[in-house]
Design a binder for this molecule. Structure first.
Ligand code: BDP
Length: 691
């Protein structure tokens, strides 16, 4: 008897506790009975008449998730009755969807209205989210319209299955098996994206293999497009500007009529296979990849040729502004210098895709000065969801605060309030296209993203792309409830930890506006001392930190590289002045003496040490918080996060030690006595014997 009970207990707990994270935020686990009862008494049947695959998915999704959460299976009924959930087509609606509670003589109804079935699907996911997060749904008056028309993931996936800067396994796309065999994950991927409003995916790496445009691969891509289509997701491809030379024997020169025709023919071929194909993403004349300047032409010349080929089919070109040259004195100047003169020269189906900061997805950068400056060219922000510079999938770093900081930065382009969000969403400048992109962090790991908390970065990108006014806090709250637990004892500390995690990473990696101190090639861990003879100098940390016996930081003021002048007034004056420059960007814009007094009275050197220490201390706090969370989380995910936090603390200490000890060789000042002594030896770290 005892043993049976014991085994019964074991099997129940293992069923409850086995959790590989594959369900993401779409768990729809049973709600506590009293809560479930409230929802099942409020929604009792569905009135829907789906005409499309998308509509059917919307209805099925609601019925099955509602049943999982409440235990009630909803019936379909076309007769008006209290407790009905009605899908109402409204062709004149100006929103993507609305969700309203309506009263009539016999009771209440919940109505999702939309001009199309995709709106129903989005509305369904919204309503499900409210139930999953245990919100009151008895008095709804919701109207939703996305901030950006195109909300796109960029996969840096190679055709051989590897992922550039991917930390969660191999590519989700099995190119070898396509188009014959499908992975169930293709649908799960589309469903997850639809649940947060993502409506586009660039399948392949920006460092594009020209083969993607071969007929063989287009057929494969078309198969993925077919699977994603009912979920409202369009396929885009990264293309190599030199494809006409690589796939054919042409010059690739845009001035060559045969080359122009080649692209037109290619577009025709693509649209025959993928009628709703989104368009091209292009990295050209960037990091050794060739482009129009190889023919003495501008980016506008190159982009416009591709745009002309796609134009008959409403396709777009997303042309990346990520360019820099070794001989430049300041890499931060280059994108602006190259693209600003081209403002207004792009065809209307071209949009410039600009990384959030002027350099390269660092833990903190000011926003790229191109935002707001190009008033006659559509621009879109590119964020990096994959944590290339923020600890891979080993560290817990919630990126919504980084995304939010950029989107809410004021460019002052048209006076106060010209935020990056508003200069790219069509509010301030008329834009033929509005869009936003995030470099995906997905892979074929069971939990999609490696770190369980990295799922939150995929989630928050989608939510902000849908509504850039959402706060990091609100998004974290939703995500925690859906992914882990609705228990306030769990939510409060975990949310605090998430919200503090980006600043923690900035502090232990590159505080006060420092950038680019990471290890060579792998981009993980500190290497501020790196100096490889003969290597590109703009890849060496000393190019960025400029440490010397006088001080630290890059002088980008009017008497330095003058990068400040690329910003609108009054921002350029604010950044230019050491006294008014935000301290979290101080060393980005100024070369600051070691004994300069910061606003809290500490010297720069002391402040630097304190920031590094604070970063390490924060991670220790995260560990303490998480250790208390065992009762709320399944064992698998609990242990996984606990283990990764151990890696994170070791890394944070290495960053602190490596950077403070190295900069000390310039400052010649002691580490403040009240701070921790370094655990690592600088010379060992330099020799790599610590790793
Ligand atoms: C850099 C990455 C590199 C990318 C490049 C890009 O290290 O792998 O190809 O950005 O965005 O940060 O093109």
């Amino acid at each position: 008897m005892k043993t049976t009970v014991f085994f019964l207990f074991l099997s129940i707990t293992s069923a409850l506790f086995a959790e590989d994270g594959s369900r993401l935020w779409m768990r729809y686990d049973p709600l506590p009975p009293s809560v479930a009862q409230q929802y099942s008494s409020f929604i009792r049947s569905i009135d829907a008449n789906p005409q499309t695959e998308t509509g059917r998915i919307a209805v099925d999704e609601f019925i099955s998730d509602f049943q999982q959460m409440t235990g009630e299976k909803l019936s379909l009924s076309r007769k008006k009755q209290p407790g009905q959930l009605i899908f109402e087509r409204d062709n004149k609606l100006d929103a993507a969807y609305t969700i309203q509670t309506r009263s009539y003589s016999k009771g209440k109804l919940t109505v999702i209205s939309s001009p199309n079935d995709l709106g129903f699907l989005y509305g369904v996911f919204h309503l499900l989210r409210l139930i999953q997060t245990q919100e009151n749904i008895t008095n709804l008056n919701i109207s939703e319209k996305p901030s950006f028309d195109r909300r796109i993931l960029n996969h840096w996936d190679n055709l051989d299955g590897t992922i550039e800067r991917g930390y969660a396994g191999k590519s989700l796309w099995n190119w070898y098996e396509l188009p014959e065999y499908h992975s169930r994950r293709y649908i799960e991927y589309a469903r997850a994206n639809a649940s947060i409003g993502i409506n586009g995916t660039v399948l392949n790496n920006v460092n594009a293999d020209s083969l993607i445009l071969s007929h063989e691969y287009l057929v494969k891509a078309a198969e993925l497009a077919k699977i994603f289509r009912p979920y409202g997701i369009k396929v885009y491809l990264s293309v190599d500007f030199f494809s006409p030379s690589k796939l054919d024997t042409l010059s690739s020169n845009p001035l060559d009529a045969k080359v122009r025709q080649w692209w037109k023919d290619k577009a025709k071929e693509i649209y025959a296979l993928i009628p709703d194909f989104g368009g091209f993403l292009v990295k050209a004349n960037s990091e050794g990849i060739k482009g129009p300047s190889d023919f003495g032409l501008t980016s506008a010349d190159g982009a416009n040729m591709l745009a002309d080929a796609l134009e008959p089919y409403n396709g777009i070109v997303m042309w990346r502004a990520f360019v820099y040259n070794e001989d430049s004195e300041d890499r931060a100047l280059e994108a602006y210098d190259k693209f600003h003169p081209l403002d207004g020269k792009f065809h209307k189906n071209v949009i410039l895709q600009v990384k959030n900061g002027p350099i390269d997805f660092q833990p903190r950068e000011p926003f790229s000065p191109l935002f707001g400056a190009m008033q006659n060219t559509p621009l879109m922000v590119e964020f990096q969801i994959t944590q290339e510079y923020l600890g891979f999938s080993k560290q817990l770093v919630y990126l919504a605060p980084l995304f939010e900081e950029c989107l809410q930065s004021d460019t002052y382009a048209k006076g106060k309030g010209s935020t990056v969000a508003k200069v790219t969403d069509g509010t301030i400048f008329r834009q033929s296209i509005t869009a936003i992109a995030g470099v995906a962090n997905t892979g074929n790991d069971a939990n999609w993203t490696g770190h369980p908390f990295a799922q939150a970065n995929w989630y928050c990108f989608g939510r902000l792309a849908w509504n850039h006014d959402l706060s990091s806090e609100k998004i974290a709250d939703e995500w925690i409830r859906m992914t882990f637990s609705n228990d306030p004892e769990f939510i409060r500390p975990v949310k605090q930890m998430m919200l503090a995690s980006r600043e923690a990473a900035v502090n232990y990696m590159m505080p006060l506006g420092l950038a680019h101190l990471f290890a060579w090639e792998i981009h993980y861990g500190p290497e501020p001392w790196l100096n490889i003879p003969g290597a590109r100098r703009d890849w060496m940390p000393s190019y960025y930190h400029k440490a010397d016996p006088i001080g630290l930081g890059f002088n980008r003021t009017t008497n330095g590289s003058n990068a400040v002048s690329q910003y609108s007034s009054p921002l350029r004056e604010i950044y230019n002045n050491l006294e008014t420059c935000p301290e979290n960007l101080l060393l980005w814009f100024h070369h600051v003496p070691w004994d300069y007094r910061m606003r809290d009275g500490k010297t720069l050197w002391e402040s630097l040490c304190y920031h590094y220490q604070e970063g390490v201390d924060s991670v220790r706090r995260f560990q303490k918080v998480w250790d208390q969370m065992a009762p709320f989380v399944d064992t698998d995910r609990f242990k996984d996060v606990q283990y990764r936090l151990k890696i994170q603390i070791t890394d944070a200490i290495k960053w602190k030690d490596g950077c403070t000890l190295y900069f000390q060789t310039f400052s010649h000042q002691p580490i403040p006595y009240e701070l921790e002594r370094p655990m690592n030896d600088l010379e060992d770290m330099k020799r790599g014997t610590i790793h």
